[in-house]
Design a protein around this ligand. Structure first.
Ligand code: PLP
Length: 385
């Protein structure tokens, strides 16, 4: 730290210089991010609530009410009237809370110690962090030929140590939706906690279904689903950090509660102590501002861009890995190594992401990627071909 105060102009100059090194969503060149530029109205509201702390909700009663309203609104989208949950920092923290709830519940009601969680090979790496922190063993269920959980593999992974089954509604690499209805039944039959990670799909599947897209049910209308992760800071256009964790029953929050002696509430179930009220306020504002109509239009626009890219790639002769269910397209050159193709695309100025399973270039069609960017990308891919 400097000994003496520095002039604000000098500080801003230095920060601006560093900020210029950051990629800019507006260029349309960031192809693999699941985040995007937040809506200006959400950013405005976010700034108003910067000093609010939901870790001490008795001091911020209004903001606490806003968080409750957001959870209720997201719950409505996910077919539950009275959800319990929180706006947290993102999908990672939401998944960590779900797995912590499952572990504590299984410990309390079934006496399971040294438990296991079953996740598909396609699960986000946040579950590996959760298992590590919570001292749980990961059992990976294989994928079928369509890159979704293989049901037989899932069934054979269940043991008397299983504390949770996880399925994904919008996988990180391919945007695919696991057979959640079937898994919900299996979880119920075996009396196992079932968590759905819809961090990516949660803000688009409900709207696409309403718009007539043939997508499966993935929410609380399925009796076995105990919790769902949904991220407003992905397709919800809320500022980072904004994740959502919703539970079917209050007891899942209760089994995580610890005493919080010096605060205005007696217990706390969240992982983070001092936590932003701004995320809840901004999410509330943008959900109101868009409404179902706005989000449906956004989700449909993103899917139209997805199909445009997919068809463009196929016309050029590239291999598309799977039929997109959500706004992700993964592809390969028929006879060029994926890393090599990624390297060339980087030289053309694209910020590329390589998927692991299967190895492919993965484009997440977020709101900052417009039709003109896709046309430029296809031009470059034509040249490369
Ligand atoms: N779950 C899924 C399916 C994801 O795609 C991601 C991130 O892309 C996460 C969880 C983690 O979310 P975050 O990066 O907001 O912590």
């Amino acid at each position: 730290m400097d000994d003496k105060p520095i002039d604000r102009e000098d500080i801003l100059k230095e920060l601006d210089e560093l900020h210029r090194l950051d990629s800019d969503y507006a260029d349309g060149r960031i192809l693999g991010s699941m985040c995007t530029e937040a809506h200006p109205f959400a950013k405005e509201v976010y700034c108003k609530f910067l000093d609010t702390n939901l870790g001490d909700p008795g001091l911020f009663k209004g903001t606490k009410q806003i968080e409750g309203k957001v959870i209720k609104s997201i719950g409505e989208l996910l077919s539950i009237e009275n959800p319990y949950g929180h706006i947290v920092t993102g999908g990672t923290e939401a998944n960590l809370m779900a797995i912590r709830a499952a572990r504590n519940h299984a410990r309390k009601y079934k006496g399971i110690v040294n438990g296991e969680i079953i996740i598909p090979v396609s699960a986000h790496f946040s579950f590996k962090k959760a298992a590590d922190m919570l001292n749980l063993k990961i059992i990976e269920a294989e994928l079928d030929e369509n890159y979704k959980i293989d049901i037989d593999s899932l069934k054979s992974s269940i043991s008397d140590k299983t504390v949770a089954i996880v399925a994904i509604a919008g996988t990180t690499e391919l945007g695919l939706i696991d057979p959640i209805e079937e898994i919900s039944k299996i979880a119920l039959e075996n009396n196992i906690y079932f968590h759905v990670d819809a961090a990516f799909g949660g803000f688009s599947i409900p709207f696409l279904r309403e718009a007539g897209y043939d997508l499966p049910v993935f929410d609380f209308s399925l009796e076995g689903v105990c919790s769902i992760t949904v991220d407003p800071h992905k397709m919800g256009l809320a500022p980072i950090p904004a994740g959502g964790i919703l539970f079917r029953k209050e007891e899942y929050l209760e089994v995580m509660a610890v005493d919080s002696p010096y605060l205005t509430v007696k217990t706390q179930s969240t992982i983070v102590g001092t936590r932003l009220g701004a995320s809840s306020a901004a999410t509330y504002a943008i959900m109101k501002y868009f409404g179902k109509e706005g989000y449906t239009k956004l989700a449909k626009d993103l899917m139209e861009n997805t199909i445009f890219l997919k068809e463009g790639l196929e016309n050029l002769g590239y291999d598309v890995v799977c039929e997109p269910e959500l706004n992700i397209v993964a592809f390969n050159h028929p006879n060029m190594d994926t890393n090599k193709l990624a390297e060339i695309l980087e030289k053309f100025g694209w910020k590329v992401s390589v998927a692991k399973c299967p190895k492919s270039i993965r484009v997440v069609l977020m709101n900052h990627i417009k039709l003109n960017h896709l046309k430029e990308l296809l031009e470059d891919l034509k040249e490369i071909y």
